[in-house]
Design a protein around this ligand. Structure first.
Ligand code: PMP
Length: 377
């Protein structure tokens, strides 16, 4: 393998709080540096291998096997990937599962849930079975908030609301018999143990916890993939993508490879239990501080707080802007909140180090000290 340069010069990396694409594990990036140039002593870099060749076939098999191991995925589920982002699943789900005249239930917990909801009437009937819109999506919905339609084909929810910083800590309760659960898990997939048996389908864009953007992981139960409520273009049939494990057409080969490397890292770190412990520890550092002071206002209600995306504001929008400007200078990058919630958002996915959470709190303390008097004046 040829020399690809000095890989020890990582000292100029900053704490990247970006909501996605987001921080990736350092060992994965280092391995990728090598494999982009020449993978498995093949003399060819990962992005240059044919998706039908032996090397990529092995990578596909390995990435699928690792995914099954990490998620403890039963044999009656298919694991595959697609392009088009999680956003494409907004129409793929109803197109594949919902017949004309049939109903699907959706929980409305924020912008990404809303994007899915928007597409449903193109295919069938929409029922909103719970909504947090009245309080600016500052919470998830408990059993008392859910009112399902009598016989939905499926019930869909977004397990972590990336923009507002809320997270379901359990699956929606008591979904009607005969329906199945669909989950957009883009921003908390594999951040904690998951019981796949509870789902008909789980999908997740990779660019937060799994790898680069441009690839979406899908986990779907066999019987759900058999549903065929209408004629569709071949590219729109889940069944085709599942059958070819993501190689129905030319996949994002680098994305599949990198997802596999991230899976190896998750296993080496101790799997999903370890991920959950680390994510709890990291977010507790910031939430404990937020609860101890009155300069910053958290967006999410306490019981609904996300371990992945932590949202808060300064007393004024001007101070928010100053906060992110100064933070950036100190190597705390990507803290500007989404334009919907404004304020700040600290995204700390699996690969984000706890040192970054401490650095953020140190900065929040000094910034509050510096500006508290002015804010009260
Ligand atoms: N769902 C959720 C929960 C997300 O956070 C995002 C992106 N941030 C999306 C869907 C859309 O993903 P993409 O841009 O990959 O289509």
């Amino acid at each position: 393998m040829s020399d690809v340069g000095d890989m020890s010069d990582m000292g100029d990396r900053v704490f990247n709080f970006s909501a996605g694409p987001a921080t990736l594990p350092e060992p994965v990036l280092r391995q990728a540096q090598r494999d982009v140039f020449n993978i498995a002593d093949s003399g060819i870099g990962i992005m240059e291998h044919s998706h039908r060749g032996k090397v990529f076939e092995r990578i596909t098999e390995e990435t699928e096997a690792l995914c099954r191991e990490i998620g403890n995925i039963p044999d009656n589920y298919r694991v595959f990937w697609m392009q088009g982002g999680a956003t494409s699943q907004c129409y793929m789900v109803p197109a594949n599962f919902l017949g004309e005249g049939q109903t699907a239930d959706y929980f409305d917990t924020g912008k990404w849930a809303g994007d899915s909801i928007r597409e449903v009437p193109l295919y069938g009937n929409l029922h909103i079975c719970g909504s947090s819109a009245a309080t600016n999506h500052d919470r998830i919905l408990g059993p008392a908030d859910a009112s399902y339609s009598p016989a939905p084909v499926y019930v869909q929810y977004t397990s972590n609301n990336t923009i507002v910083g809320t997270e379901w800590h359990d699956e929606p309760a008591n979904i009607p018999a005969g329906s199945f659960l669909v989950c957009d898990a883009s921003s908390n997939i594999f951040s904690r143990p998951i019981d796949v048996n509870k789902y008909g389908m789980i999908y997740a864009g990779a660019q937060k916890n799994l790898g680069p953007s441009g690839i979406t992981l899908l986990i779907a139960r066999d019987d759900v993939l058999e549903l065929s409520p209408r004629k569709l273009p071949e590219m729109m049939h889940y069944k085709n993508h599942a059958k070819w494990v993501g190689r129905f057409n030319t996949p994002n080969t680098f994305g599949v490879y990198l997802m596999g490397e991230v899976f190896k890292w998750i296993l080496a770190e101790g799997g999903l239990t370890a991920m959950a412990e680390k994510n709890a520890a990291k977010s507790d550092v910031v939430y404990a501080f937020l609860d101890s002071q009155d300069f910053y206002t958290p967006h999410a209600q306490k019981a609904s707080r996300s371990r992945m995306n932590l949202t808060f504001r300064c007393p004024t929008p001007e101070l928010d802007a100053e906060f992110t400007r100064q933070a950036d200078k100190k190597g705390l990058s990507g803290l500007t909140g989404h334009r919907i919630t404004k304020g700040m958002r600290a995204s700390m996915y699996n690969a984000f180090p706890i040192e970054g959470a401490h650095a953020l709190v140190d900065f929040m303390k000094s910034f509050a000290l510096e500006h508290a008097a002015a804010a009260k004046a």
